[in-house]
Design a protein around this ligand. Structure first.
Ligand code: HEC
Ligand code: HEC
Ligand code: HEC
Ligand code: HEC
Ligand code: HEC
Length: 573
């Protein structure tokens, strides 16, 4: 009983506060630089709310609509300055916000902060207890100085974001066996194909030849064809290492944070992208790091670019680019030898999604709808969950994403002794072609028709799956010649004639591109000899990560993912 009384005593005032209409207040003030000169054009905001104003030429601002729910912390930001914040009194007319500028040029001597600092379980407990304690006392005064004295990784404050990123392809770097196998010309067990034989060609000079038929072959590799150069692969796959030496980084020799692919500190040091003003796309032969402008700070300074203009703890500033597809472009839009290879950004740019302002982030960094705070207990403030992007970057390995990518419609009819099947695929969930980017990817449509005993029906007319889906009949997963279709960008190696070529570091030609563009539809019709028995139709759409022969050469275990499946049963007419 005593407990209940105590509860009521606590609960009532809270309830009253919640029911009373919050009194909104006007907050006025001025934005200045450290010399006391006014700063106009700064975005001023009641933190974590939509209440905002832009400072005028005298630096003055007025914020109307702050209330006890939103709190009265006011922040200011302008390009070139750190975000600053201060607690205001409701009704204040004299709030002063002093903006400090940050270094804008790039300092290559900067050492990356690790996403995660490895320590013993004991040290981890001690450190986090100290951080918890500091956070309780005062965030900005006690906590951040403490944080500066310790070696912290992003994970120590952004635990959930770290876990998301760590499970994404961006975190793979040199741990991706498919990437390394294609770089080195090795299979999963480490066997290496023999060095490429070369010959002189009148048109090209020294060219690579086909592998000798008798020799063991573990698939292609950049290093087999170009043993003396490191290539540009690191410009996108290990961008932190490539910044200062874009063509000189051999992934096998990378170490430390550099091996972690696109890591936290790298993306959050991006200050701009260099795109062709006419096409809006990266310039030719400027992949990844070459088209990204970074602002690594000078010694003893720190700087993070992020998507908010109201984060006033620590050395943070806002970068509108963070919310735009353009930040993805340098690594997701590039050609080799003038042939477009990675194209998701270009495809998006040409699609209705770009016109509608639906970005890569909207689909690949979608908020989870439940997270309120992305640095809980570490100085983070509660925000609208819809304003907190995630970092899982789902892609071709995500069954959930692939199942949302397209719509599959199947119609079937019996006529005389025939079965007619129509399969319609609409790319209604993908902001670019499907499949996109890596030309190793394919989508396979399998149309299986049997009678009620399971005996396959003969195809009278209609498309069949192309040879590149695997021509060996017996082995499972070789589907060439079966009723259905394949969707892929197929490259031919100009020097060796190999088709499909996965060695796009050599000159290639696109021999076909059957991928389905954003919001486009592909229909195909199949006529089967059905006799007079009941029959069954099963239409399956598969996503295949790499060409089957390449997967076999390399010993990669990359199971197909079912994107959609429809089953129908039909009685004879
Ligand atoms: C312009 C940036 C860029 C450059 C340069 C680049 N890549 Fe990539 N690479 C990517 C992106 C982005 C992906 C992911 C695309 C996807 O998943 O479809 C990728 C994916 C891959 C994959 C597929 C990995 C998997 O798990 O399926 C391989 C293999 C690969 N790259 C090899 C290379 C090699 C070898 C080089 C150098 C010859 C290279 N890449 C150069 C951006 C680049
Ligand atoms: C490939 C580039 C990339 C990498 C890698 C990356 N981020 Fe981000 N991050 C972004 C972009 C882009 C946004 C803004 C997205 C938006 O607003 O739509 C963002 C947003 C954020 C935010 C704002 C809050 C939120 O929930 O998104 C924080 C904090 C953050 N990142 C921290 C991290 C940390 C910590 C890591 C590593 C564990 C990391 N980022 C890795 C690109 C990256
Ligand atoms: C000592 C704790 C701590 C560490 C370590 C830390 N952060 Fe943060 N970070 C914060 C807090 C607190 C915020 C603000 C949270 C809020 O406003 O809700 C923040 C905000 C951010 C933002 C948003 C900035 C903006 O203006 O949009 C980015 C981006 C970010 N952090 C990236 C990183 C990256 C990358 C690392 C590692 C290199 C890192 N942080 C390490 C505590 C930390
Ligand atoms: C610095 C280069 C770089 C930037 C910037 C970058 N990416 Fe990537 N991204 C890559 C590379 C490289 C891979 C493939 C890594 C691998 O598979 O080993 C990749 C993989 C992906 C994948 C997963 C593909 C899969 O098969 O799982 C998605 C989705 C993705 N990126 C989306 C984005 C989005 C969205 C942005 C912009 C917010 C972005 N990327 C910015 C280099 C980059
Ligand atoms: C409307 C939602 C949507 C938008 C917008 C969008 N994507 Fe995707 N993306 C998807 C879906 C669904 C898939 C899975 C199907 C596929 O692989 O094509 C995907 C796949 C990918 C993959 C994995 C490809 C592979 O085979 O590994 C990458 C990389 C990627 N997207 C990058 C981007 C980039 C970069 C942008 C912006 C320029 C972008 N996406 C915009 C929905 C979207």
């Amino acid at each position: 009983m005593a407990h209940a009384v105590l509860w009521a005593a606590i609960a009532v005032p809270v309830l009253v506060k919640a029911l009373a209409p919050p009194a909104t207040s006007l907050i006025e003030g001025v934005v200045l630089d450290p010399n006391g000169l006014p700063i106009g054009g700064a975005t001023v905001r009641v933190q974590a709310t939509l209440v905002e104003d832009t400072s005028d030429a005298e630096g003055r601002f007025r914020l109307r609509g702050a209330d006890s729910h939103s709190g009265f912390r006011v922040t200011a930001w302008k390009k070139g300055y750190y975000v600053v914040g201060a607690e205001a009194r409701p009704g204040a007319s004299d709030l002063r916000l002093i903006l400090d500028s940050h270094a804008a040029s790039d300092h290559p001597a900067y050492e990356w902060v690790a996403p995660k600092v490895e320590r013993s379980a004991f040290d981890e407990r001690q450190l986090h207890a100290a951080l918890d304690e500091a956070a309780k006392r005062s965030l900005s005064e006690a906590f951040f100085p403490l944080a500066e004295r310790l070696t912290l990784g992003c994970r120590d404050c952004h635990d959930a974001l770290y876990e998301q990123w760590a499970s994404s392809a961006h975190a793979l770097g040199t741990r991706n066996p498919i990437f390394l196998g294609m770089y080195n010309g090795t299979d999963l067990a480490g066997n290496r194909s023999p060095p490429t034989r070369r010959a002189r060609s009148r048109d090209y000079g020294s060219i690579a030849l086909k592998p000798s038929p008798g020799a063991p072959w573990y698939g292609p590799g950049y290093k087999l064809d170009f043993p003396d150069t490191a290539g540009n692969c690191a410009a996108c796959h290990l961008p932190g290492a490539a910044l200062d030496d874009p063509y000189g980084i051999d992934p096998n020799a990378a170490g430390g944070v550099d091996t972690l692919g696109s890591h936290c500190d790298f993306c959050h040091k991006v200050a701009g992208v260099v795109l062709d003003p006419v096409t809006g796309r990266p310039q030719a032969n400027m992949p990844g790091a070459l088209s990204l402008k970074l602002a690594r700070p000078p010694p003893d300074e720190q700087l993070f670019f992020g998507p908010y203009d109201d984060v006033d703890v620590g050395p943070d500033t806002f970068l509108p680019l963070m919310r735009q597809s353009q930040i993805c472009a340098p690594c997701h839009d590039a050609g080799f030898w003038g042939v477009p290879i990675y194209e998701s950004f270009a495809e998006w740019l040409a699609s209705p999604y770009a016109a509608r302002g639906e970005t890569c982030q909207d689909c690949h960094m979608r908020p989870d709808g439940t997270t309120l705070n992305f640095a809980p207990g570490r100085g983070g403030v509660d925000r609208d969950p819809a304003s907190i992007p995630t970092h899982g970057f789902p892609g071709a390995a995500s069954e959930t994403l692939l199942r949302s990518a397209v719509d599959l419609q199947v119609d079937a009819a019996r006529a005389a002794d025939e079965l007619i099947v129509k399969a319609t695929i609409t790319n209604d969930g993908t902001g670019h072609h499907v499949p996109t980017d890596s030309p190793l990817r394919q989508m396979l449509l399998l149309v299986r028709a049997t009678d009620d005993r399971g005996v396959p029906l003969d195809l009278i007319s209609g498309p069949t799956i192309p040879g590149w889906a695997g021509a060996r009949p017996a082995s499972s997963g070789h589907y060439a010649g079966l009723p259905g279709k394949g969707f892929a960008k197929i490259l031919r190696d100009l020097w060796t004639g190999t088709t499909p070529s996965a060695a796009y570091w050599k000159p290639t030609r696109i021999v076909e591109d059957t991928r389905i563009a954003a919001l486009a539809t592909d229909s195909s019709v199949y006529r089967f000899a059905a006799g007079q028995r009941p029959c069954r139709v099963e239409v399956t759409l598969l996503f295949r990560r790499v060409f089957i022969e390449l997967a076999e050469q390399k010993g990669w275990d990359v199971p197909d993912i079912v994107m959609a499946r429809q089953r129908l049963e039909l009685e004879p007419p």
